[in-house]
Write a protein that binds this ligand. Structure first.
Ligand code: MG
Length: 369
């Protein structure tokens, strides 16, 4: 008793892809397959009609026919309105749900709400009440509205006889972007159901590039000895002791580097910059951080933020934190606001409390470009 139309005849020019955006791969299946699969379990489904442009027709058929024999691919038209009109000719169910293939994340719950509403009230359009103030104009704002403005989604459902009648009434001067507009003009205002924020319409290139993120963790400790400089985050800090090490022993920068390497599973700084290598004697750790950044970049990731805890009994580090933050932010190419440096003493306890060492723990979040 129910029919479904999935519109997929658009070319997706705004998505700047080299093919119809509904053929874009979403974790192993196309946008189109995912949208179609969402409707196959609908109770009482009689037929599922997919609109295609002539270029995609064969591809759609080979992708979709293995999924169900209820699926039928029909040619769309020059506009979405024309495509729906063509598809309606093939609809025989009492009710019809019309959905854009570019909304592949539609949930079973939303489909159920739409089906329940249309079978009891004759129409159903998912909407979200806009919390943004909406303005109307062309370059300049002519009028402003917020109360009562809806963001309209699909699937939209109607009694088949009525939506067919509405589509048959369309004239050349009409310009519709969805079915609720056609229905409102020629039949009646459609009933609403609650839409879903996740039911987004894939439109722009950024919609197709889901970002991946990873976390990493690092820890380092160096002995505090006399006769060495104390360098933390590339800042030389006046103190009667400094950190012992093969390089400049910048324990903060070392922990940051290890956190970054850990985020892309690239071992640790001992592996990349061995302390048996003379090349790294007295090395400026900030320079090594640049090399770590290259490694992270090679994996396709960039830092989002880092958060480090410096454990030191003495000296008081508070006034040096802004300079350390600034140095690390610059090296990581992120805002200073995304470098968190926390300092703590260990209450005089243990090797750190007794000023034999300084240790740093660091976490780093990285994401794909
Ligand atoms: Mg170290």
């Amino acid at each position: 008793m129910l029919s479904v139309i999935i519109t997929a005849a658009g070319s997706g020019t705004r998505a700047k892809l080299d093919k119809n955006k509904v053929l874009f791969d979403l974790n192993g299946e196309t946008v189109l397959e995912r949208a179609v699969k969402a409707f196959l379990p609908v109770e009482g489904l009689k037929e599922l009609i997919v609109t295609a442009n002539a270029d995609d027709e064969k591809t759609f058929i080979s992708l979709l026919s293995p999924l169900s024999d209820k699926i039928k691919v029909v040619l769309g038209g020059a506009t979405r309105t024309q495509s729906v009109k063509n598809a309606l000719d093939s609809v025989s169910g009492k009710y019809v749900l019309i959905h854009d293939a570019a909304r592949p994340f539609v949930s079973n719950e939303l489909i159920k709400r739409v089906v329940d509403k249309v079978t009891t009230a004759g129409s159903a359009v998912p909407v979200i009440l806009s919390t943004d103030t909406l303005g109307f104009g062309n370059g300049k704002i002519e009028s402003v509205r917020r109360n009562g403005c809806y963001r309209i989604q699909t699937p939209q459902a109607f009694e088949t006889a009525l939506i067919k009648k509405a589509y048959a009434s369309i004239t050349d001067s009409d310009d519709f972007t969805d079915d609720s507009g056609v229905y409102a003009k020629y039949i009646a205002p459609a009933e609403t159901v609650e839409g879903e924020e996740n039911n987004i319409k894939l439109t722009y290139p950024s919609d197709f590039a889901a970002k991946k993120s990873r976390v990493g963790t690092g820890f380092d400790l160096h002995r505090l000895v006399e006769g060495r400089k104390l360098i933390l985050g590339g800042v030389e800090i006046p103190h009667n002791k400094g950190l012992l090490g093969h390089s400049d022993a910048d324990v903060l920068t070392h922990a940051v580097m290890d956190a970054l390497l850990s985020s892309v599973a690239e071992r640790d700084i001992g592996y990349h910059f061995p302390d048996t290598d003379e090349k790294y004697r007295g090395a400026d750790s900030m320079k090594l951080l640049e090399k770590v950044m290259e490694i992270v970049k090679k994996h396709g990731y960039k830092p989002v933020n880092v958060a480090a805890v410096v454990m030191a009994e003495k000296p008081k580090l508070m006034k040096f934190v802004p300079a350390m933050t600034e140095n690390l932010a610059k090296a990581l190419s992120i805002p200073a606001a995304d470098v968190g440096i926390t300092c703590t003493t260990l209450e005089g306890l243990g090797i750190i409390g007794e000023e034999q060492a300084i240790a740093v723990r660091c976490d780093a979040l990285v994401e794909t470009f």
